[in-house]
Design a protein around this ligand. Sequence first.
Ligand code: SF4
Length: 309
Amino acid sequence: MLPMLTPLLKLSQRPPTTVLSFSAGQDSAMLLALALEDRAFRQRYIPGDFLVAMADTGCEHPETGSYREQAEALCRARDIPFLHVTPDLGHHSPAWQTLHTQWARNTTIQARRFPKTCSVNLKIYPFYRALNAYLARTYGYPETVGRVTRAALYAYAQDYGRIPVMIGFTCGEERRLKPAPAGFMTQTVHRIHPLMDLGLDRRGCQEGTRQLGFEVPYPSNCMHCPFHGPLDLMRLHTKHPDSFALWADFEDRKLAHPKWQGGRNHTVMCNDKTLWQNLEDAYRQYGPLPAEELDALRMRHGHGNTTSF
Ligand code: SF4
């Protein structure tokens, strides 16, 4: 039985809130454009207030950072709160301040076959901690009650029902739909997928965003994401050679460390080839391509990410 979480004087005359889980990529750009410009979309999905929130992994592409700044300014101009959840706000755990702090701390990397602890720790947890703090500030709920650390989310759910959080999965990404993990997510959050409801795939999102007069951003997965394909490796190496070398360095250190010896010592791509070897394969397959062409290919193909929340 949960303790009483709402204040005695109920403040729930405030309208409810719908949240956009923003990644600054192509799918959430479509959702933001719809929320800002399409009245029917707003009537269907945003009956009250609107909040845009994005958790920072510390490893975003520079284009993602610039697009996030633009989106933030746009929201500010429309009086829509935008939470950019950076580690200094205190919602990231000490072990997961950024992708690299975690790798340095544990001499590890993210690899294709490893559990997606990076998404959980750098995106999901900081996002919902920040949302809890936002609801506490906005609706006058306590942030924590005894051992209930997400008390504002629970209090909001008691007053309004589970808070709707828009996720930018598109048609064709149905494999990413998984049940919410047990606990606060099931009890306080209602994940909604408007792009799927509207029948929009990635291409539809790109066209729709343009039609609504907005810029289409690059896909937004991290610079050092194990789900990069060969063309992404070539693009990273061509445009940001130091960043590629740093990533390969983390991989080298992990492969050489005593604690990973004696078992299957996976590389980033889990194909028994290092990043440098995968890069060589990519160059053999595609030949050298100019940066502009690599940009255009990344813009068209999207990311290969498969996270499910
Ligand atoms: S984009 Fe890739 S590296 Fe970044 S958090 Fe998601 S799965 Fe991890």
